[in-house]
Every structure is written in C-alpha cells, then in structure tokens.
Design a protein around this ligand. Structure first.
Ligand code: MSP
Length: 514
C-alpha cells in the first residue's frame, strides 16, 4: 500500500490579487506534493480560495459589484492563473462559495450542534476585519500616524471594530486540556518548534468560547437552523480541508485522503493548531497529521503585504528570471520555517552563481564533452566511487529533509552534487585526459560520472524546477518524464546511453528589475 500524503495550502482571501508571500506558500506545498508523488505516495494537493467575510464584502462594495461577482472575477483572472504561472500541480481547487463546500459546512455544524458543542449567547468583542479575527488586549499595539491615540491590530496597523451581537458559540474552552495533551503526545504535530511553543503557550493561558456566527451582514454560509446568521468566516474556511475530500458525502474519498498535512504561514498557525483540532475533536474526526507554520517574506523588515503597499507580484520576478528560478530561489534561499528578506540583489546573485554558473554551466560543459570526446555516447564504465557515494548520501539526506519540512536542505543536498561535479571536472581536467590515449578509460569514467550526477540532480530538482529538470533529464539521455522517476533511487537511474542537447537553461540577465 502506498503511503497517504494529503497536503494543503491555506485558502486565500480574494480581496486582492496574489503577491509573492502567497506564491511562496503555494510553491512550498507544491514541492512537497511533487516530492511525495515521486516517492510513489498516494498524494493529494489541495488549494483554493476563502471568499466569505466582511473583508471581501467591503472590497466588493468599494468596487461597485456584488461579492459573488467580485470573487468570481478574482478567482478566474488572478488566483487560478497564478497557479498556472507558478506551475503548481494541485489536484483540487476549492472555493468556499461552491455548493459542495457549503453542503459540507452545514453537515459539520449540525453534527456539532447535536453533540452539544454549540450554544446561543451574547457577545462583545474587538474585531480586526483585516485578520477576520477577534483580538485580545495582548494582540493590540498603539497606533501611529492617523491612528495615533488608538489601539490597532499588530498585523494590519489599523483600528479594531467593536462587535456587540447575539451569536452562536463553539465551546472551544472545553478543549484546552485535550489540546495540550495532543501537543505533548505528538511533538511533531505543530512545527517548527517556535510555532509549537507559541501555540502551546496560547492554549495554556486558557481558551474562551468562540463566536462562530454573525447576524449583521449576510455574505457567508447560512447557519442551517437559523438563517438570520452566517457562519464566521474562519469556521467556514477551516472546513475546506474536509469538504473538498468528501466529508459527509463521499466516505470512501474521505477515508482515503484524511488526515492531511497543513502548510500555513505562522500568522495563521493558531487557527490551524488550536481552533481547527478542537473542531475535529468535537466532531470525532482524526486530527490532522501536521501543521507547519512557515515564516514571512519580509520587505524592509516587515511582513510583505498588499495593504501596506509592499506587495510584489510573482510575474514581476518570473518575467525576468523565469518560473523555475523563482521557485528555486524561494525554496533554497530561505530556511523553511524562518522569515526571509526578499531582495532583487540576492535573487540576481544566486541566479547567476548557483543556477547559471553552477547548474547551467555544468550541464552544457558535460554534454559538449560527451559529444566531443565520445560522439554523444555515454561511456559504459563504472562511475567513480567517491561520487557514487556522494550521490547516494545526497539522495538520502534530501529525502529525510522532506519529512521534516526542511525543503531548503533537500535543495541544498541536490545542489551539493552540482557543486562537487564542478570541482571534480576542474580536478580531473577531461580536456587534458583527452589528449592522452593512455588515459582513455579515465576520461570515460569522468564523463560517465558527470552524466550520472547530472541525471541524479535532475531527478532531485524535479519537484523544485520541473521544467529545467526535464530539460536536463532529456539532455543526459533520461527517458520519459523525469517526474515519473522514483526519487529515492535517483542515484541509480539508467538512461538511453546517449546525450542529446541542452538548451540554454539560465540566460544571463544584464539588467535586473528593481
Ligand atoms: N484566508 C485565510 C486562510 C484560511 S485557511 C483555512 C488567510 N488568507 S491570506 O490570503 O491572508 O493568507 C494566505 C497565506 O498567505 C497565509 O498562510 C499567510 O501566512 C500567507 N502570507 C501572506 N503574506 C505573506 C508573507 N509576506 N510571507 C509569507 N507568507 C505570507 O489568511
């Protein structure tokens, strides 16, 4: 039986077009999914859009259209095209305005109500529409500029709104002990460690019940037993992970895909590692396998965001450097889990040193030498032992890194082969060996070793740079799709025994955009 790997991105608010912070999230999840597919796991990647709530309702109104028209437009013109642009291989795309999602949410709510976890009560809270979240005093900071003298949301730097309503509540406060036990029993449930500690600390301070409906606006899913209320947008959104895989309607699909792994930004780890598991416990569902909270892309030291006008759109980068370089850069330059500052200079420097000079140059040199010295035929001799060991180690290291979400280490392991091969060529100087008939065997071993190494690196890089990897693979005589190769045996691949040609992979860029 292949292992199950169901992996999700957050579903994105469609109040605006995507920026590279969203793209980062999508690419990382896609790399994990592609890696698991190449392991042979029963893989399922889910992404989608979060379309209800006040934030979107207000944006639509400000643009003079209905929320449904607004979300339809943004999904079709911005969010789905972004997946294509970034070469994301998602298996499904869920919209929270879809009928299948709404039906699943209603089933879930009814079950929770029957189980006694929902009640009706009075409520007053401080709400940030940007976060779509009720804030506690500790979440607020003194405002500056036009908000001087007021308390504002620490993330959006905008004032909160006071909500005073009679709402439906979820008995979140009953789950504190069970959540703490979950974090203790499954230390790898919330990752990385600093996010786990933060979540644990939050729960330890004591949980209050959660307001899960609103009745002062109507852009949302109606509460099944009281249609004057719509479901709180986060309660609705978290359920996408199960409504998309048939919760309540397709048990076979649900059993096959659930539980899954959630890749989220650290700002929303609390929703995923506190509220969401409590909802799962209340409904008697198996708890998600992992919640991984990655860091933020920072611009000028702050979380990049559209609302603060620091947003960079992915195509500003892909138009200059290409999609694969975009994917490579964000996966290799930032330790997954930590924050990372984006800069054009760093991107440009790594593109030229690691991709153009490192990988691209290696491939073109090796292919050219196999043509020149062996008429394009890969010599059938043993690969140098040191390099064979290095390749096997790199494959093992990368594969274990993926299990701990250390995507950057997996990329690093693949690139360690490239780096070593470049050094190896300089040491072995095949162009010198070629001048001496007595060194023929040595020359053959050096070339065979290089070809083997490039093919191995191509397989390992396929989840990160799918198109480049395919070109490298075809160039060294790999057959079929590189993405169909078993990634755990990347160092043992066998090809046709002939190299072909390698197109320019990473053209020099003279004028980086700024
Ligand atoms: N709709 C909610 C998620 C619901 S999931 C059930 C939401 N949407 S969002 O569009 O605001 O954010 C989506 C993801 O993008 C989050 O994981 C968030 O952390 C991530 N990012 C937004 N800006 C980011 C950066 N500057 N850097 C890295 N990730 C960032 O929250």
């Amino acid at each position: 039986m292949p292992e199950r790997f169901t992996v999700t991105t957050p579903i994105y608010y469609v109040n605006d077009v995507p920026h590279i912070g969203h793209a980062y999230n999508e690419v990382a999840t896609d790399v994990l999914a592609r890696w698991h597919r190449m392991r042979g796991d029963d893989t399922w990647m889910l992404t989608g859009t979060d379309e209800h709530g006040q934030k979107i309702m207000r944006t639509a109104a400000a643009n003079g259209v209905s929320p449904q028209e607004w979300t339809d437009r943004l999904v079709e013109t911005a969010w789905k095209p972004q997946l294509e642009l970034l070469n994301i291989q998602n298996d499904d795309f869920i919209r929270t305005t879809s009928e299948r999602h709404k039906a699943g949410v209603r089933i879930f709510l009814e079950r929770l109500k029957e189980a006694g976890y929902i009640y009706h009560g009075e409520f007053e809270g401080q709400y940030c529409v940007g976060c779509e979240e009720y804030k506690t005093a500790g979440d607020l900071v003194p405002g500056t500029g036009e908000y001087e003298g007021q308390l504002v949301c620490a993330i959006h730097s905008r004032p909160i709104e006071v909500v005073r309503e009679a709402n439906y509540f979820f008995k979140l406060s009953e789950f504190g002990d069970r959540l703490l036990a979950l974090y203790d029993e499954r230390p790898d449930y919330v990752q990385p460690e600093h996010v786990r500690n933060e979540v644990r600390q939050f729960v330890k301070q004591g949980l209050t019940d959660l307001s899960i409906s609103r009745n002062t606006f109507d852009w949302g899913i109606k509460v099944p037993w009281d249609e004057s209320h719509v479901v709180y947008v986060w309660f609705d959104a978290l359920l996408n992970y199960i409504t998309a895989i048939g919760y309540g309607v397709d048990d076979e699909q649900f059993e096959r895909r659930w539980p899954g792994v959630h890749i989220v930004g650290k700002d929303i780890a609390r929703f995923h590692a506190v509220i969401w598991p409590a909802m799962q416990m209340a409904a008697g569902l198996p708890i998600s396998e992992h919640v991984f909270g990655h860091g933020w892309l920072l611009v000028g030291g702050e979380k990049m965001s559209k609302s603060k006008a620091t947003g960079i759109e992915p195509k500003q980068i892909t138009e200059v450097f290409g999609v694969d370089a975009f994917r490579y850069y964000f996966m290799s330059a930032i330790a997954f889990g930590a924050d990372g500052s984006f800069s054009w200079e760093d991107l440009d420097a790594r593109y030229h040193s690691e991709l153009a000079n490192g990988l691209g140059n290696l491939a073109s040199r090796v292919i050219a030498m196999v043509h020149k010295y062996c008429d394009g035929v890969v010599p059938e001799v043993a690969v140098d032992a040191e390099l064979q060991t290095l390749m096997a180690d790199a494959v093992g290291r990368a594969d274990s890194a993926i299990d701990t979400f250390a995507i950057h280490d997996a990329v690093d392991a693949a690139m360690s082969i490239v780096e070593r091969l470049n050094g190896y060529i300089t040491e072995q100087a095949p162009w010198v060996l070629a001048k001496d008939e007595a060194q023929r065997l040595r020359l053959h071993a050096v070339l065979a070793t290089n070809v083997q190494g490039i093919g191995t690196a191509a397989i390992m890089l396929a989840p990160v740079m799918p198109e480049t990897a395919q070109k490298l693979w075809a160039a060294v005589g790999g057959e079929g799709e590189v993405s169909a190769q078993p990634i755990r045996e990347a160092h043992q691949w066998r090809g046709t025994g002939r190299v072909t040609t390698v197109p320019p992979l990473f053209p020099r860029i003279e004028q980086p955009a700024d």
